[in-house]
Design a protein around this ligand. Sequence first.
Ligand code: NDP
Length: 510
Amino acid sequence: MSELNVVAISEAKLPLDPFVARHLIAGSWRDSCSGETFERTSPSHGALVTRAAKGNAQDVDAALQAARAAFDDNAWRSTSGKDRATLLLKVADLIDRDREKIALLETLESGKPISQARAEIEGAADIWRYAASLARNIHGESHNSLGDDFLGLVLKEPIGVVSIITPWNFPFLIVSQKLPFALAAGCTVVIKPSEMTPATTVVLGELLIEAGCPAGVVNIVLGYGDPVGIAMTTDKRVDMVTFTGSTAVGKGIVKAASGTLKKVSLELGGKNPQVIFPDADLDSAVDAVAFGVYFNAGECCNSGSRIIVHEDIVEEFIARTVSLSKDVPFGDPLDPSTKVGAIITPDHQQKIDAYVQQAGQDGADIRLGGGPLQVPGLSGQFYKPTVISNVKAEMPIAREEVFGPVLSVLTFKTLDEAIALVNDADYGLSAGVWSENVHTCLEFARKAQAGTVWTNTWMDGFAELPFGGVKESGQGRELGKYGVEEFLEAKTVTMRIGRTRAPWVETRTK
Ligand code: NDP
């Protein structure tokens, strides 16, 4: 038996022809003004998956003009919540109908396992349904206690034209955490998916048109951050940018958007810790640690890449984690039994490996993995499940986002020490604690600097619960009722009711 659970190439067939992706501008599918295209090959099979229009500033200009016109003509923003909800529900049904098609494209472009892609598309449809429920619940406030002569109203209005920029790790899910909420609010949008994963966003555009979304309300421009993303973040016609991706690009977007003082909502990286106490249910904790670090090959903002284990149980915990890691099925994403697929690009594989080798040179112990994984029959890049112990808090492997299937293990003696280690980070996306003691869990939840805290679980998410980070993990929230609030402005209407207002200026002539 091989040391790792490697899934060799499956019998699943690759599509014969590439998916052709064009820009969606003002309701029509368009090639780039330049006529240029780019291609995406599957990171697992090395096969051509998508040929896409390669956008430039001119294409963005046309898309922004369409989005601006669709917002300013009032037609979309003045639709009722009921009508917007009906559209979102229809899209959800169409996503369910086309789940297999979307999941296959997602898997081929991103390298993620097909069973995971199917679950993500199902989850995305659920988010569209949840956003539909919010579309009918947008309301402001009334102030009836301002004295006899006044009534105050706070109206909630759509913020305007929104640029949506998404990454490659969860292309369909992440656009679904933003777009239906923006539409529920009455905004119009221009979307740029990652150049590595454009196809499923284009399919979503097709479904929106089929569902009856008016021309210009949703526009899609394909291409690279430079020039497409840059134009979408600097242009005066954009009122808000919502971005998911690296902290470095997120900081750049804040600067780019400051020229016109747009609102910026950011969902960025994480170095998410899980603290394991000796009284924890260790079977569940070990399984959740494996899930947390290997899910999506660790290419996940919520990756549980840093565990902090009590000294008394650290050796037992590492031994159990290493043993379970060997059973995780790594390999062909098209095999339904695979749990971990390919790494997004050769460059990214090298970046992961550089972090691991650096950790070894810094004095940490590589207990499992620590290098590329050969999958029989496949030419793409895969990385071995990797467990590194004896990690110190100051090492880059403990502080920086590796974005690969690499677990760092640190140790602690007391709750205070564990919380200090958790908070000794530039990031603050999520954190977890494993203990059977509710007081330990609650104290941890209160003191951990993170947008989400999980107790005795990891990475469970619900459309109802907000998601986002503190510190350098971002600003703003997605999902939950906060998901739609992000796309709304408050407008104050102060109404004088009586005629009793004393004049500010006494007139001198009678
Ligand atoms: P990026 O942050 O570079 O990309 C995310 C999106 O932003 C892509 O659509 C990208 O376009 C676009 N973009 C890039 N530059 C700009 C810009 N100047 N203005 C506007 N948009 C821009 O992530 P990468 O794909 O390069 O991944 C690098 C690292 O980022 C990963 O190793 C990981 O650590 C982290 N990351 C974090 C994610 C998260 O969920 N928090 C998701 C993805 C990555 P394009 O790539 O098409 O040029």
